[in-house]
Design a protein around this ligand. Structure first.
Ligand code: NAG
Ligand code: NAG
Length: 631
């Protein structure tokens, strides 16, 4: 019911101008008939003469009454005046009628133009995304639908996950509605300095958790909660705030969340909201190379770099993770400005020198992208989603964006052979990813952020659109098999980091040397941030391989989250500060990505494998599903 409420059919939207028009028409018609009802009375008389009260009085059989002579003397003058009044009234009525019909015509034309424009873009979108509209017409599955209908265990697991999502959502809604993130311990909004506040405008009330939750709530069939989030987004959220935000974060969380909500509901107001936001992000792209600067003020458009970044530099992962949302927004609005901005940024990145076997440097200078700014490359922070978006834009366009395909194939080769992918020397022989610094593989430390790569390689191995580059078919069967085994191995490594903790939840980063494997050593690495990357890889590998172990591992994570991370008093979930402690201290934050990604991927692992199938949907780097364009 919640979704039906959110879906605004075209008819009801046109009803607004039409009903206003109808009101004006009715008023005009009554005015006109008032005038006309007087006019015929006058013209009934032969010769168009007017009659006066005195002349009718013989109807009562009293005989003619002598008119007052002194009235008679004025009669001609009165007659002439009345005649003129009459003509004026008739002319006015005629004029009014003509004006009215012209206005009605203009109104109808305007309504038509609006309708046909909207209908045209809907048609365009529907032509490109018919499967989506069909699936959007389905109501979200409750906990008791899907292929696993007969497996009572899976059914009850899905119910547990649904309850977790509802609990995390309700805590946010009750204690931090409109704020970006929740402090789950005492139940309060997370203010400046907490979580990702610095990237989301400090104290700005942008409701990051609400936008990030929309599609998760919808997918889990929490329609009442979805309606509340959607009403708030459409009616109360304003992007006109004096807030300096990260273009990247606004893109992946907000544009991604709004566009995905549009495809679930068919409600164009989500597209309008997304367009309003995207146009506020565009000033960040005004650099000589088109490479965006990292931060922008939503109200003034003032752009800046991260204070911690090398001077004048943009971050690879941020500048290169826009294509999915910006291209889709251009397709939906017919305005190329967004797709062009993202493409120019990607081209600027393409100018960067790549000395390490084709790997891209983590920072690119927005004035001189062709100069090497830093000698660093990574599939963890700073680099990660750039590589992800090359693959996913290829998937989203169903293989039609051949540039994405070529870039991804080059990048995948560079990841495999450029020194990021390593094997531990201990007994576990784990495959892992660690960054390059000064061009050398110095740090044998894998970040949790890099754990998405297991899913990435599995997705690449399973990609249906074929891709050829340089005259050669690079995604051969052999490549696919190798990619899948890399995906399987990297995912096993990340799960190992979970397993070797005291609580069953992985640390922020873990190291490999002769003595330790997949264990955090530095104190700051021992936190668990409720991040999604490991369960995201479980999700893709479960779907692609059907191997029961991914469900088992996912369930271990669910139980650990319930046991260690849940705050009973508020119902929220908190980060942990030491996963090697049997009673880990909690940190006072429930990140918005926990609702957008972690709980969503877990829910989907215990749902029908065709639900939001990867043939039809691509998940952006914040877990928001965007439809594959029909080719
Ligand atoms: C039902 O699902 C559970 C949990 O994934 C699994 O362990 C079990 O083998 C499944 N049962 C059947 C009959 O498939
Ligand atoms: C993607 O392309 C393949 C063939 O190249 C086609 O079979 C498939 O239906 C397409 N998918 C969509 C969503 O259009």
């Amino acid at each position: 019911a919640g979704c039906a409420k959110m879906r605004l059919p075209s008819a009801s939207r046109q009803a607004i101008p039409l009903s206003r028009l109808a009101l004006v028409t009715v008023l005009c018609i009554s005015l006109l008939s008032l005038i006309l009802s007087i006019a015929p009375l006058h013209s009934q008389h032969p010769g168009g003469r007017l009659h006066f009260p005195g002349e009718i009085s013989d109807r009562h059989g009293l005989g003619p009454i002598e008119p007052d002579p002194h009235l008679l003397s004025d009669r001609a003058a009165i007659f002439a005046g009345a005649e003129a009044d009459h003509r004026l009234a008739l002319a006015t009525a005629r004029l009014r009628r003509r004006l009215m019909s012209a206005a009605a015509e203009a109104g109808a034309l305007r309504v038509n133009a609006q309708t046909s424009q909207a209908a045209f873009s809907r048609l365009l979108a529907a032509a490109r995304y018919p499967a989506v509209f069909r699936s959007a017409a389905l109501s979200p599955p409750g906990p008791d639908t899907g292929a696993d209908l007969n497996n009572a265990t899976v059914r009850s697991m899905r119910r547990r996950l649904r309850a977790m999502l509802r609990s995390a959502w309700r805590a946010y809604w009750r204690y931090a509605r409109g704020a970006n993130e929740l402090r789950p311990i005492g139940g309060a909004p997370a203010g400046p300095g907490a979580g990702d506040a610095d990237l989301l405008g400090g104290a700005a009330r942008l409701g990051a958790s609400a936008i990030d939750s929309l599609d998760s709530l919808w997918m889990a069939g929490l329609t009442e909660e979805f309606s509340a989030a959607a009403e708030w987004t459409l009616n109360e959220l304003s992007f006109d705030q004096d807030a300096t935000v990260s273009v990247f974060e606004m893109n992946i969380r907000f544009l991604g969340g709004l566009l995905s909500a549009y495809f679930l509901t068919g409600d164009r107001r989500f597209v309008a909201k997304a367009t309003g936001l995207a146009s506020r992000l565009l000033p960040a792209f005004a650099t000589p190379s088109g490479l965006l600067r990292s931060l922008v003020n939503l109200r003034t458009g003032a752009a800046a770099d991260h204070p911690w970044a090398p001077f004048g530099c943009s971050v690879l992962a941020e500048a290169g993770s826009l294509q999915l949302e910006f291209s889709l927004l251009s397709e939906l609005t017919g305005d190329r400005v967004y797709a062009d901005a993202a493409r120019r940024a990607r081209h600027a990145i393409g100018m960067a020198p790549r000395p390490y076997g084709g790997l891209y440097p983590n920072f690119v200078h927005s004035g001189r992208p062709d100069k090497l700014a830093v000698q660093e490359a990574s599939l963890g922070s700073l680099g990660d989603s750039f590589y992800e978006y090359l693959l996913k834009e290829w998937l989203r366009t169903n293989g039609t964006d051949t540039e994405s395909c070529r870039l991804f194939l080059d990048a995948a080769r560079a990841i495999e052979h450029g020194g990021l992918l390593r094997r531990s020397t201990g007994s576990g022989k784990f495959l892992y990813l660690a960054p390059l610094k000064d061009g050398r593989p110095v740090d044998n430390r894998m970040e949790h952020l890099a754990c998405f790569a297991g899913g990435l390689f599995a997705l690449a191995a399973n990609a249906t659109p074929s891709c050829a580059a340089g005259g050669r078919q690079l995604d051969s069967e052999r490549t696919r098999r190798r990619w899948l085994s890399i995906g399987v191995e990297l995912t096993r490594t990340c799960r190992e980091a979970y397993r070797r903790s005291a609580v069953g939840l992985g640390p922020e980063a873990f190291e490999f040397d002769n003595n330790v494997e997949a264990v955090a050593i530095r104190p700051e690495d021992k936190t668990h941030m409720l991040r999604p990357e490991t369960v995201e890889s479980y999700f893709h590998l479960w779907r692609i391989t059907g191997d029961q172990r991914y469900r088992d591992w996912a369930w271990e994570t669910v139980e650990a989250l319930e046991r260690y991370s849940r705050i009973v008093s508020t119902g929220g979930f908190a980060i942990l500060s030491d996963v090697y402690s049997a009673r880990p201290p909690v940190g006072d934050l429930q990140p918005s990505y926990f609702l957008a990604e972690t709980l969503k991927y877990l829910y989907l692992i215990f749902s029908d494998r065709d639900y939001f199938s990867s043939a039809q949907w691509v998940f952006n780097t914040e877990g928001h599903p965007l439809p594959v364009r029909q080719t």
